[in-house]
Design a protein around this ligand. Sequence first.
Ligand SMILES: Cc1ncc(COP(=O)(O)O)c(C=O)c1O
Length: 398
Amino acid sequence: MSLTVAERLKQLSPSPTMAIDAKIKSLIREGRDVINLSAGEPDFDTPESIRQAAVTAMAKGETRYTPAGGTVDLKKAVADRLRKDTTLEYQPGEILVSVGAKHSLYNAVMALVSPGDGVLVPVPYWVTYPEQIRLADGLVELIHVDPKRDGVLSAEDVKRSIGPRTRGLILNSPSNPSGAVIEPSDLQDIAQVVVDNDLWVISDEIYGRLVYEGTVQSSIASFPGMRERTVVINGVSKAYAMTGWRIGYAAGPSAVIAAMTNLQSQSTSNPSSISQAAALAALSGDQTAVETMRQHFDERRRYTLDRINKIRGLRCAVPKGAFYLWVDMRAWQGKALGSRTIQNSDDLALSLLEEAGVGVVPGSGFGVDDHFRISYATSMKLLAESMDRVQRLLGSAE
Ligand SMILES: Cc1ncc(COP(=O)(O)O)c(C=O)c1O
């Protein structure tokens, strides 16, 4: 008998952001001169004190299974961090440590979405949300955000999108890909709509520490009536430059966390014991490195935003968080560029890659095909060179 892939996986798409990243890296391996602005990860090394904590853990023999949902010490450190950063109070029994934030999200979606449940997902969305909802046999219900608000979700947007099957909402502030941040007053209004309609929320706050322009980190779970209906997702990947260590976490009501822990115990079991020791050092140690990296990101953000807005046919709103620019390329649609007529962001991304040697991520994977995403998590030197290249190809704004 030949092997047949199960129905549930036949519709699953591979992550498009990882696909473009792989294409760019293969061109670089072939010796092509390409500057990669597609990566969704900090270019910094994990701070030395965190790496040292992993070395110490290994030397001390912390190399065995831990509890499936993470060590109690790490859960306490997560609770402390959440209290300091968002004022939210959680007990260790309300926290799960997973193999990255993506894994925590997966566990949350599996625990909350029953077949046929509608889940609201604001557009543009991080590529993984719709796929995980579909894996749980849920219905993806897209929220088309009012363009007048520069991509920032409002309570009105949520209210207008609720249908008879809607059960939950996935929030991502700061957003990947847009960098948009929902201000506390808007979060409060969204919370009211959520409570009024008896919905749950998965709040992906992985970029919460990376905010700019005086923005304050804030969680929807902190508004009245929300703690009991929200699962907060976060992790160490982005703020501590620890993408490869694979530690993320979820905080929420104990019954949901228990179900998620159960699923994890029957699938991956515990995340790496060494990575947990490193994450403990990251969350509970000196936070200076986080602020230093944030300042570097901020400088790069301001520089790249200014350059992009001086290039012909490109426009970008001010992103207040994460490390991405979400670039509007509608002015290029239907126009000729070299040998190609640009219809959408895939065409423009291909032209930028082949003719300018700059790798960006087309918006199609994020549900919007007239924008593309730039990651500014790379050096100022490479950002300057890449902006020069794009400007040479597209020309300057009048
Ligand atoms: C919005 C968002 N959530 C979650 C993740 C996953 O983070 P982790 O690497 O910890 O799994 C990412 C990573 O790109 C992300 O952009």
